[in-house]
Write a protein that binds this ligand. Structure first.
Ligand SMILES: [Cu+2]
Length: 281
């Protein structure tokens, strides 16, 4: 991680915070205690029962009490881990009613994001190349620091509103990809012909990065995910800039939006030229 940091990323969803504190607290503590206990026991046994100090080895092969203890204690440890784990898992798979649904589609090797609640427009999100990259076409936009870190910046971001329950329907057009944003505790396979579901509620506006997390071909490492969380008013303004409408807007707006939205994929793929504001704020 940047800055040589160890451990999990900071979490920005409630589930993520729950899961991370479970990992960083009880789980790591248990690992530490068990490892230390085994190490000390091993050290003690090697020292106390070495051949020099203990020339006649014991012939004991059974000890009922010990056997009961070393069976029961691990069972209790596993149960202690399983109860909060299963609760967490259940919470992940029982989403609250969604304020907004977005369809996430993996492609070799980029992502598209569809907004069915907002007029059905689609965002095509490609990785930004570095300045000086020989593959950079004349006039093509290259990455700047405002776009995000190297390898993670995209020309178009997945934009979601802050403080709202957003449901992602995740699928793929070709091979299996995985939609993963570590700061949201989100990782879900994108499987052709299947719809998988994830949900997030992010309260803090900002830009969050992830990557495809299922080996999907030659450019697997070059299909980053950039999520921009905007305050609801700014989100509506962003929707308007894409020809979309807020969810539940009067149907009169819909035909116009539908007519302008999916239009010309080439125009959508080159948004930087027409809408630089979106990527920078
Ligand atoms: Cu992929």
């Amino acid at each position: 991680m940047p800055g040589g940091r160890l451990g999990l990323q900071d979490q920005f969803t409630e589930l993520g915070q729950r899961a991370a504190s479970f990992h960083n607290g009880p789980l790591l503590l248990m690992c530490l205690v068990i490892s230390a206990f085994v190490l000390l026991l091993l050290g003690y046994t090697m020292f106390r029962f070495r051949r020099g100090a203990n020339p006649t080895p014991s012939r004991n092969t059974h000890h009922t009490m010990l056997e009961v203890v070393w069976t029961l204690v691990p069972v209790l440890v596993l149960v202690a881990i399983a109860i909060p784990s299963i609760r967490l898992l259940a919470a992940q798979y029982s989403p609250p009613p969604a304020d907004l649904t977005i369809k996430v589609v993996g492609h070799q090797w980029y992502w598209t994001y569809q907004y069915p609640d907002n007029g059905g427009f689609e965002i095509v999100s490609n990785q930004l190349r570095e300045k000086g990259d020989p593959a950079l076409k004349p006039g093509e936009r290259f990455r700047t620091d405002a776009d995000g870190p190297i390898m993670l910046a995209t020309d178009e971001r997945l934009v979601i509103p802050a403080g709202k329950v957003v449901k992602f329907l995740i699928t793929s057009e070709d091979v299996i990809h995985a939609f993963a944003v570590p700061a949201f505790w989100t990782k879900m396979d994108a499987v052709p012909g299947r719809l998988n579901q994830e949900w997030v509620k992010v309260d803090r506006p900002g830009v969050y990065f992830g990557q495809c997390s299922e080996l999907c071909g030659a450019r697997h490492g070059y299909m980053p995910i950039a999520v921009e969380v905007l305050a609801p008013a700014k989100f509506d303004a962003w929707l308007a800039s894409k020809g979309g409408t807020p969810k539940g807007a009067k149907p009169i707006a819909t035909p116009a939006a539908a007519a302008t939205a999916p239009a010309d994929p080439a125009a959508i793929e080159q948004p930087a030229l027409t809408q630089p504001v979106t990527a920078q704020n």
